[in-house]
Design a protein around this ligand. Structure first.
Ligand code: HEM
Ligand code: HEM
Length: 136
């Protein structure tokens, strides 16, 4: 397995543990849970689930097609963009929900969304350029 794929999988399970920990905290302190729901949801679904799919998909889909991945460079760039976006999202979203006066929070959250979107588009492009039916 390529080193970068191992890192996708490591980060995926890291977000799983962090998301589950946050969810448990939300159960223990329900009065504050509302602030953390979007961060919890996206740590689990964009972090654990999507990051796992990025890693497993990049490993397995080219093999199913009998080809190499279209762009290994995109695999690496996407890793950094996706993780920068998600970490920024998980940190800024609770502050956004609390409606803190910090004027930096909304731009940070919007930037995190754009980075996450760019990662999704990079994955989509790289996979679409890679997969093809197996030659018989
Ligand atoms: C130890 C594991 C987990 C705990 C303790 C936990 C706890 C919670 C809590 C307390 C809420 C807020 C519910 C509410 O007040 O409306 C919530 C919402 C949510 N959780 Fe988790 N969660 C866990 C794992 C997960 C995982 C693994 C996923 C997804 C893969 C997930 C997806 C969601 C979603 C989508 C919502 C929002 C539901 C809605 O729209 O109302 N959670 N979770
Ligand atoms: C570019 C990436 C993404 C962005 C910018 C984004 C943004 C958002 C926003 C703005 C909301 C509304 C939050 C609110 O209640 O105020 C939301 C909710 C939600 N998103 Fe995403 N999302 C992204 C990716 C995903 C993915 C990949 C999944 C699932 C695989 C997902 C699952 C959900 C769910 C389940 C909710 C409802 C949560 C709740 O009940 O509060 N999102 N998202």
């Amino acid at each position: 397995m390529d080193k970068i794929i191992v890192w996708y999988l490591r980060m995926s399970v890291f977000y799983f543990a962090a998301g589950a920990l946050l969810g448990t905290g939300m159960l223990l302190w329900p009065e504050d849970a509302g602030y953390y729901i979007p961060a919890h949801v996206h740590m689990n679904l964009l972090g654990f689930m999507s990051m796992m799919i990025y890693g497993v998909g990049y490993h397995i889909l080219p093999r199913f097609s009998g080809v190499h991945i279209y762009s290994p460079a995109i695999v690496t760039i996407q890793f950094w963009v996706a993780n920068a976006g998600l970490l920024m999202m998980a940190i800024s979203w609770p502050f956004h929900e609390m409606q803190t006066a910090l004027s930096l929070v909304r731009p940070l959250l919007v930037l995190s969304a754009l980075l996450s979107l760019i990662a999704v588009v990079l994955f989509t492009y790289n996979i679409l350029k890679t997969i093809k039916p197996m030659d018989k």
